[in-house]
Design a protein around this ligand. Sequence first.
Ligand code: LMR
Length: 331
Amino acid sequence: MKLKLVLASALLAVGLSASAQTIIKFSHVVATDTPKGQASEFFAKRAAELTKGKVKVDVYPNSQLYKDKEEMEALQMGAVQMLAPSLAKFGPLGVKEFEVFDFPFIFNDTADLHKVTQGPIGASLLAKLEPKGVKGLAFWDNGFKAFSANTPLKNVADYKGKKFRIQSSKVIEEQIRSLGGIPQVMAFSEVYQALQTGVVDGTENPISNFYSQKMNEVQKHLTLTNHGYLGYAVIVNKKFWDGLPADIRGQLEQAMKEATDFANQVAQKDNDLALEGVKKAGKTTVYVPSKEERLALKNALVPTHAKMVDRVGKDLLNSIYKATDFDPSKL
Ligand code: LMR
């Protein structure tokens, strides 16, 4: 009788573990109709298909679960399993090197960026996360940033004395100071209101973020400066990831590979569509700087590299210069 009970409970346990579903909570701060929003949904779909339902990815967009800084802590504690924070937000985790992506004008275009994110430099950056209990799986694109304010931003002097909301990056802080502006770190979910109430005068972001947060309702001027890059590292709680059965982990890696291709395909299109949306809404004047104006901005911002090199390390900065043939005078 006793043996029967033991056998029955053992069978039940096997049955349970065979049918148990692994849930991955994937938290992020942007809207669903953005490159990251779409790519996280794509990943959830492919993860379910490839694992035949053994893994369910629940995506929580728009800071529903956590704001910027809290989500990193939640990942380390295991309260969520997956995030895709912007590369500007890894300083508080103690991995300052990611701020190299914030260096103004460091990439001329997406091809330059991919030489870094899709090559050995990107892989070595992701590896720096492991001692923090975090595993880096991929880089996802968003795009190049534009500056906005309620007054026109054409010349470098136009930035002087203005308060700009920024992400939690020391490099971006210095970027704003180089223009004579005042940087103010703030969570993404608070930007719309801060712009609306005048707590800050302006901000920077790719257009997909600007438009999907309706910032165009509260910013009269948008200048397509493309002065810096904003993209993401998809990260997981390392203990959780390493504890997955190898076959499931392999299927999730495949889903992530496909989601990364998808993210990088839709990013530019999403930003183009968002720009059309801004123009159609008609509340914001979109300004394309002349070559001379953009060069003046570049000249004002490139000295940030020398000032902030210690933050990311000389070798890393030089390896990116080399990979992209960085030329401070070229546009
Ligand atoms: C921001 O805070 O402006 C961005 O990092 C938001 C995002 O995740 O794209």
